[in-house]
Design a protein around this ligand. Structure first.
Ligand SMILES: [Fe+2]
Length: 190
């Protein structure tokens, strides 16, 4: 027999998990064992990684504004997600969600990854936008796997974080330095 749960009220659920929508956790998944990963992401957050998802991602910016940094053909683009916007990101488009505002909320839906569908996490040069470092992995949990992946990059030597194209060293854990170098040269779209 097929079974199903009952609808939940999203606002009431958000109120219940609100403490975990702030740093250092930042996101919470509604139905942990489902094949659709449905999660709410809070703020503030600062990150420098670009995600290469083997599938599409759906965004609904519930409260406040945020933006996605997109690395497109060697250039940084900035796509604003305004409160109320929905957005469908195609598979493999490299994106780095930025949520500088306090208490913003975004609903994100992704597919769970079948065995063999690998995610990539990449870091790019703040000076010339060349790829500096890439980690590929079979993602099991978006909530618990990501911090470990980030640390894997942060704990590398400066040599491993050095751009092979222009020799600029990626600032690693210091997201602020990287963002302040990148944001001024980012193309704002639309
Ligand atoms: Fe570079």
């Amino acid at each position: 027999m097929l079974k199903h749960g009952m609808p939940l009220n999203l606002n009431a659920w958000i109120d219940k998990v609100r403490d975990n929508l702030r740093p250092p956790v930042g996101n919470q998944q509604i139905w942990p064992d489902a094949n659709l990963i449905t999660m709410v992401v809070g703020s503030p957050n600062e990150r420098t990684d670009f995600h290469d998802d083997p599938f599409e991602e759906f965004f609904y910016q519930i409260h406040g504004d945020a933006f996605l940094l997109i690395l497109d053909r060697g250039k940084y683009d900035r796509i604003t997600l305004r409160e109320g916007d929905v957005f469908l990101l195609p598979a493999h488009v490299r994106h780095s969600p930025q949520r500088p505002g306090e208490n913003t909320l975004c609903l994100i839906v992704e597919r769970s990854r079948p065995l063999g569908a690998l995610d990539g996490f990449e870091w790019y040069c703040a000076n010339c936008a060349a790829l500096v470092y890439r980690i590929e992995c079979q993602l099991n949990s978006i909530v618990t796997d990501l911090p470990k992946l980030y640390n894997q990059f942060y704990d590398t030597s400066a040599a491993a974080r050095t751009c092979r194209q222009c020799a600029t060293v990626h600032s690693g854990r210091d997201a602020n330095s990287w963002l302040s170098a990148v944001l001024p040269k980012t193309r704002i779209r639309p």
